[in-house]
Design a protein around this ligand. Sequence first.
Ligand SMILES: *Cc1c(COP(=O)(O)O)cnc(C)c1O
Length: 433
Amino acid sequence: MFPQTSRPASPAPISETTDESRLFDGVDLPRLAERMGTPLHAYSASAIRQRIDELHAALHGLDALICYAVKANSNLAILQLMANAGVGADIVSVGELRRALHAGIPAERIVFSGVGKNADEIAGALNVGIQRFNVESHDELLTLQRVARAQDVVARAAVRINPDVDAQTHAKISTGKSENKFGVSIDEARRWFAERKSLSHVQLDGLHVHIGSQILSVEPFRLALQRVAAFWRELEQAGHPIRSIDVGGGLGVCYRAGVDQPVAAADYVAVIRAALAGYHGRLLLEPGRYLVAEAGVLLTRVIRVKPGEQRQFLVLDAAMNDLQRPSLYDAWHDIVPVIDEGRPVTTYDIVGPVCETGDTFARGRELPRCDAGDLLLIRATGAYGASMASTYNSRPLAAEVMVQNGRYAIVRRRQHFEEMIAGEQPARQWETA
Ligand SMILES: *Cc1c(COP(=O)(O)O)cnc(C)c1O
């Protein structure tokens, strides 16, 4: 489905011709919208598998494990697909741990990242025997030691290095600069290794780095990995064996056709191979967005066209609660009509129904003229779409379907009103704390 060019192309099999523009991984989109209603998240299983295959092919010959970053899209069906493809999980909460295990991802393929793991979460993850903790602070290291000791187990740990590298991405998803909350400096990590032997229940023999997300150049990866590699060599010399290096995620994808130029998996892995030449331990990778973003679309219907004093508004039935990225990160998503009848191009502000000016998918966007009832696709919504959704404005969570070779399966039904309010109750019983 991806043409075999040097960079990953858009996965959705949507061509210029009217007939094929109706299809998504072989499924007729207008009929899907009729059956399932809109807004609807749809994921192409074929496109996700293709990304996994590309990455596996690039990693050929290496002792490498892909740990999918669950937060990108935590739907159980997606996690099950990952499990069946031999992919593990990078989790950031016990909720994600439970999802991953529930979907059949074995504990020995799960790594735990995040700056705020609490003692209960650490205990839960130790209990099931996850592969490794990516430790982000000295306090966390001591907590891990204490909890592991109480359970009488040895926890495998990697220190998350903050390499002070600018990932050249949006500030809110940049994580590898010294001013960011993530990881520790190499100087601090050096001290952890020096006191390694005093940690009776932590096996500190791994390095981890993750510098940010939606990275569209190999240079930040190269720089970060060179710093990690130099530190690894230093540690080996000092008698600290490193059995695992986790290179994080961050590979960018194409959100804007013709503008975004993502790094191909092969080029990315070539940088890893070069930077870590001579390293023979285990390699871990934590891609999220790369595996699922372009495999997803958000199918939405035009509610109405609203002419304004200065701008024409296209009001969709999808909103910022279904897809936060434009309002949160000013992110661009390509938006295309499902059926292109060659109507004249018009300029719209494309908005949702939520009562916030930030509920805007695109400003001044050119589209074939639209009418109420028309179906549109918001592209590349498979990552950080449904997983960031909320019920803001009391809008139910959208349905999600997996699509594959002309058929679809519901992987999340549209939320009912009763589910939305489950757990809420009138303040009937008053107690003192
Ligand atoms: C979010 C995250 C990832 C995945 O990032 P992508 O840009 O989606 O690939 C990987 N590792 C860690 C530690 C993360 O927080």
